[in-house]
Ligand binder design. Structure first.
Ligand code: G3H
Ligand code: ZN
Length: 287
């Protein structure tokens, strides 16, 4: 099936009260693992690459990989730029065929964030490519990029932000953070419900790794429609590779150890898709 955008996928999720897992992929094996997991569970899925990942191998490599996986799949798959940090990077993703783009202007002032996000929406809307923005600051570090501290999303600002930018989804800061949590994260669930009351577009939860199943399910009940997972997948892949290399130190065929990483990522993606409640929710678009 061709790649789909995230707009309809997330609106369907919002209507039915589930979330779509959005998984950061770094190589061929992670792409295969996530798509196999989604296919087995008949779930829609989002594969995403961060700004650092497309610096490592460019947009064209990842677009080709994910498109090849989607062409052979029967479930809807979207390819998303995660934490795009400039207008230029967002346009590179658009030109490469990404079907969904995050512009992260959360480090800018409120007005500059609106201006940047709207500029990306205006550029993407003729081709109907979905745009996610972030308001407030998700803490922690992703790919060495510091999200900064605090700065939770204000519901009133969120309402105005969505109205003025026309983004198709909004990432909110409610106490989650990127990377490995130190201690138990304190989520401001009331704030999430308040945001949902005044914002109609689907809401996105960043920093999914390390959150308990209960917390994620509660966030979905309160309006989250997309949950981002990166760190736990990276750990799963690396653990698998390490395990294979330490069990058989004389391996020289990379396939022999990367395939073990791939299996670990698939197991992890299966667990997360189940938590998101999207099993059996693959809706095949009408021709
Ligand atoms: O944008 C990606 C995520 O928010 C992933 O966060 O590494 O904590 O799973 P995580
Ligand atoms: Zn994130």
């Amino acid at each position: 099936m061709p790649l789909v955008t995230t707009e309809k996928m997330l609106m369907d999720a919002q209507k039915e009260g589930f979330a779509v897992g959005a998984f950061n992929v770094e190589n061929l094996e992670m792409v295969q693992a996530v798509v196999e997991a989604a296919e087995e569970l008949k779930s829609p899925v989002i594969l995403q690459t961060s700004a650092k990942t497309v610096q490592y191998a460019n947009f064209s490599y990842f677009h080709s990989l994910v498109k090849a996986a989607a062409d052979g799949a029967s479930v809807p798959i979207a390819l998303h730029l995660d934490h795009g940090n400039s207008f230029e990077l967002a346009m590179q993703a658009l030109r490469a065929g990404y079907t969904s783009i995050m512009i992260d202007g959360s480090h800018e002032s409120y007005e500059d964030n609106i201006c940047l996000s709207k500029k990306v929406v205006d550029a993407c809307s003729p081709s109907r490519i979905s745009v996610e923005a972030e308001l407030g600051k998700v803490g922690g570090k992703e790919d060495d990029i510091d999200g900064g501290d605090g700065g939770l999303t204000e519901p009133i600002e969120a309402k105005e932000f969505v109205e003025r930018t026309n983004v198709t989804s909004l990432a909110v800061a409610i106490g989650t953070s990127h990377g490995v949590y130190k201690g138990v994260p304190k989520l401001d669930l009331e704030r999430l419900s308040e945001i949902r009351k005044v914002v109609s577009v689907p809401l996105v939860l960043h920093g999914g790794s390390g959150l308990s199943e209960e917390s994620i399910k509660e966030c979905i009940k309160r309006g989250i429609c997309k949950v981002n997972y990166a760190t736990e997948l990276r750990i799963a892949f690396t653990e698998g590779v390490k395990q294979a290399l330490s069990n058989t130190p004389n391996i020289i065929d990379p396939k022999k150890f990367t395939s073990v990483g791939r299996e670990k990522v698939k197991e992890m993606a299966i667990e997360k898709i189940k938590t998101c409640g999207s099993v059996g929710k693959a809706i095949v678009p009408a021709l």
